[in-house]
Write a protein that binds this ligand. Structure first.
Ligand code: LMR
Length: 331
């Protein structure tokens, strides 16, 4: 009898210790990384790379859970959720921070950056690096920029000159600058989450949208939009953010290793962004589903002329010096 009791007590102790394993001080830090795009995109690939690097190097101490395709939170909720501690990492496009800071509006000014090299140069400049701190008073920490690429205009009708867009409805990200950009050509902008764009286009609730080649390809917008104007009129890039509370609450050694892994994942994501801006464009051409419209210099000049007054409209909010600094990165 005594033996039986001791055996079952021992068995209980072993299973309790086993069950309690992760709870007793050795709990891994869990980083939920939520994003809205597909996995075969620059951001999707960067997030997966980050997970691989962290889990390989911090073996059991940190677990990264990646949620693509707005599975956990969509555009409008993710930053609120981050401040509540429900998600630890996200990389919203720079157009989606307007409720938190006006400074990042700089990135939405139409025709400000002539290409991604200019965007990169600006982001690496003192002014660009300082912008990573612009969310701190709202409890968020900018950990780095991540590229996607230049935006193109897709539409149900061919867009060659600004008048072609007049009266058409375009989905935009939550940005007043982007709203002003479409109003400048007489179009109707509608702020909608990324997860709704395909259905809005399919049901013809909207006529068009602006996005990068990788987003147009991975979300199949090209299958339901007969025209894409290669306008390169603006940039769609991201800021990888976390909450100050989470970030500063990490032990120093883990924070350093996590940041290192993130920096490497960003370099990897940027390489994918460069590749995809060419490859996904080509896949769309090869599909024959959508006609790609190349603008002549004279046509492009008309879009620039129509949209450029938006810079003045937002100059006071963004700051003239910042606009100059960004503009000078084209040189
Ligand atoms: C969009 O909403 O169009 C983009 O911000 C999606 C993304 O994250 O690339």
């Amino acid at each position: 009898m005594f033996r039986k009791v001791t055996t079952s007590l021992a068995a209980f102790a072993i299973s309790a210790a086993f069950l309690a394993g992760p709870v007793l001080g050795a709990d891994p830090v869990v980083i939920k990384f939520a994003h809205v795009v597909a996995e075969n995109t620059p951001k999707g690939q960067a997030a997966n790379k980050f997970k691989d690097l962290v889990e390989e190097r911090l073996n059991g101490k940190v677990v990264v859970e990646v949620f693509p395709n707005s599975q956990l939170f969509g555009d409008n909720k993710v930053l609120e959720a981050m401040l509540l501690g429900d998600v630890q990492l996200a990389a919203p496009s720079l157009s989606k921070f307007e409720r938190y800071t006006e400074k990042l509006m700089i990135f939405d000014l139409p025709f400000l950056f002539k290409d991604m090299a200019a965007v990169e140069k600006f982001q690496k400049s003192d002014a660009g690096v300082k912008l990573l701190e612009s969310l701190e008073r709202r409890g968020l920490v900018g950990l780095g920029y991540l590229h996607n690429g230049m935006k193109q205009l897709s539409s149900s009708t061919a867009l060659r000159v600004p008048e072609d867009a007049a009266g058409l409805k375009f989905r935009i990200m939550t940005s007043d600058v982007l709203a002003a950009q479409f109003q400048a050509v007489g179009a109707v902008p509608l702020k909608k989450p990324f997860s709704e764009v395909f259905t809005l286009l399919q049901t013809k609730a909207i006529d068009g949208q602006e996005n990068t080649w990788s987003n147009i390809y991975s979300k199949k917008f090209f299958e339901i939009q007969p025209y894409i104007t290669e306008s390169n009129h603006g940039v769609l890039d991201y800021m990888v953010v976390t909450s100050k509370e989470f970030w500063m609450g990490l032990p120093d050694d883990l924070r350093i290793e996590i940041k290192k892994a993130l920096d490497e994942a960003i370099v990897f994501g940027n390489m994918i962004a460069e590749k995809k801006s060419v490859e996904d464009r080509q896949k769309i051409v090869d599909s024959g589903r959508s006609e790609i419209i190349q603008l002549t210099d004279a046509e492009r000049a008309q879009w620039v002329e129509a949209m450029k007054p938006v810079w003045k409209q937002f100059e006071e909010k963004i700051g003239e010096d910042l606009i100059d600094a960004a503009y000078n990165s084209n040189m």
